[in-house]
Design a protein around this ligand. Structure first.
Ligand code: TMP
Length: 393
């Protein structure tokens, strides 16, 4: 890779590394810098955090915690016409939010976070408690044969070595099989100024242009792209073995690539301009939170997300500006946020009448949250977001 750095988000902890007070001393930090690869046009970190430091038995993010994600995977699984005839593999099955929409005899899962692998094995789904590698693909092929569909959601952009990942997919896919994966979209990140998509677990933020370049050198090609609203704007990418185009599908690939060229996602200068907007966003967010605090208002944060780890550590926002964070995930409650050590409590306790402003750490769920918290909004409570500009919602 020939990577040119354009953004330095400073010293950052493990984004999902929620911790107890007595663990603060041994907390791990790294320097989060982002670059542009001239060869493939990939947006990627200048150095990668070792995956076992992030994905292990203590992993806290659970896809099933959000109705939006449960509905999303339920709807997608039911859209397959030959549903009961397909043999599937999911890479990165998390707590089973996707696989539970399928019969256990037609889906195999791979999940290196052993807390979740244990959970889905107990649900009856064969789950390999390992990282996705060529060796694992060989092992699965020997025991289960090739797959019609290989699926991954919010997982491929987590893996540093994309060439190895795609080679392993290509080897396990049937000749007419489809590799379907969803990840945050670079176009959405640029349009939303949502630089908090960048954290340790997201070594890359994908454009279609870059992905197709890397897939093609590993025997795969993109045949269809769907733009999704989840996770603040994602793409669902359908890839097949080279030379195996499905008629009528390819138009969406060209349309997305053309749009990305208009946005300049294939040019380094676009990202230099993005950096200027990130710096402005930081200044605006700190100013607005300081103003609320100075007016004697109670400001909390809603959703202890990995994204908010980037924001709080880059902007140096701690208990000086945010009293606590509420989050529905039991594994996060009672702990501190990574790096800035803001306490996390259940919304049942913390999201009460004393709250004046709530920064939306989970801004990507703004619709679900606004509907759920309509009483808060009715009594004059306000959310604060930085997407696409810093503002009250
Ligand atoms: P994510 O943005 O990385 O998907 O994480 C979302 C987090 O926000 C997850 O920990 C659950 C939390 N959350 C709430 O606390 N309340 C909510 O209403 C929603 C939608 C999410």
């Amino acid at each position: 890779m020939n990577c040119k750095e354009f953004l330095d988000l400073g010293k950052q902890p493990i984004a999902n590394g929620f911790l107890y007070k007595d663990e603060i001393k041994k907390e791990f930090f790294f320097n989060l810098k982002v670059g542009f690869d001239e060869e493939t046009k990939l947006i990627t970190q200048m150095g990668y955090v070792d995956p076992p430091l992030m994905f292990n038995k203590n992993y806290a993010y659970r896809g099933s915690m959000s109705k939006t994600m449960r509905d999303h995977f339920y709807g997608f699984s039911n859209s397959f016409k030959l549903k009961n005839k397909l043999q599937i593999l999911e890479i990165g099955s998390n707590d089973g939010v996707f696989i539970k929409n399928w019969q256990p005899d037609q889906i195999i899962a791979v999940e290196p976070c052993s807390n979740f692998a244990k959970m889905t094995n107990e649900m009856g789904y064969k789950t390999y408690d390992e990282f996705w590698t060529m060796e694992l693909a060989d092992k699965i092929q020997k025991s289960h044969g090739k797959r019609d569909i290989i699926f991954a959601a919010n997982c491929i952009c987590h893996i540093p070595d994309l060439d190895n990942t795609f080679k392993a997919v290509e080897s396990l896919l049937r000749d007419n099989g489809i590799f379907i994966f969803e990840d945050p979209s670079l176009a959405s990140m640029i349009n939303n100024n949502s630089y908090d998509q960048i954290y340790d677990e997201h070594p890359h933020i994908f454009s279609i242009i870059a992905l197709d370049n890397i897939l093609q050198r590993n025997g795969l090609q993109i045949v269809k792209v769907e733009n999704l609203s989840v996770h603040g704007g994602s793409n669902r990418i359908y890839a097949q073995k080279l030379g195996n185009k499905i008629a009528g599908w390819y138009e969406s690939v060209e349309r997305n690539k053309t749009y990305e060229r208009i946005l300049g996602l294939d040019k380094f200068e676009t990202f230099e301009r993005f950096t200027k907007r990130v710096e402005q966003s930081k200044e605006d967010l700190v100013r607005i939170l300081t103003q609320c605090k100075n007016e004697g208002k109670k400001v909390i944060s809603y959703g202890a997300t990995s994204k908010s780890t980037t924001i709080f550590n880059y902007c140096k926002i701690g208990t000086n500006l945010i009293e606590y964070i509420t989050d529905t995930t039991p594994e996060k409650q009672g702990k501190l946020s990574p790096g800035m050590h803001i306490p996390i409590i259940s919304p049942k306790i913390g999201f009460n009448n004393s709250v004046d402003y709530a920064y939306l750490g989970a801004w990507n769920f703004v619709k679900e949250i606004s509907e759920k918290e309509n009483k808060y909004l009715d009594r004059g409570g306000k959310f604060i977001t930085h997407v696409p500009i810093v503002k009250f919602v």
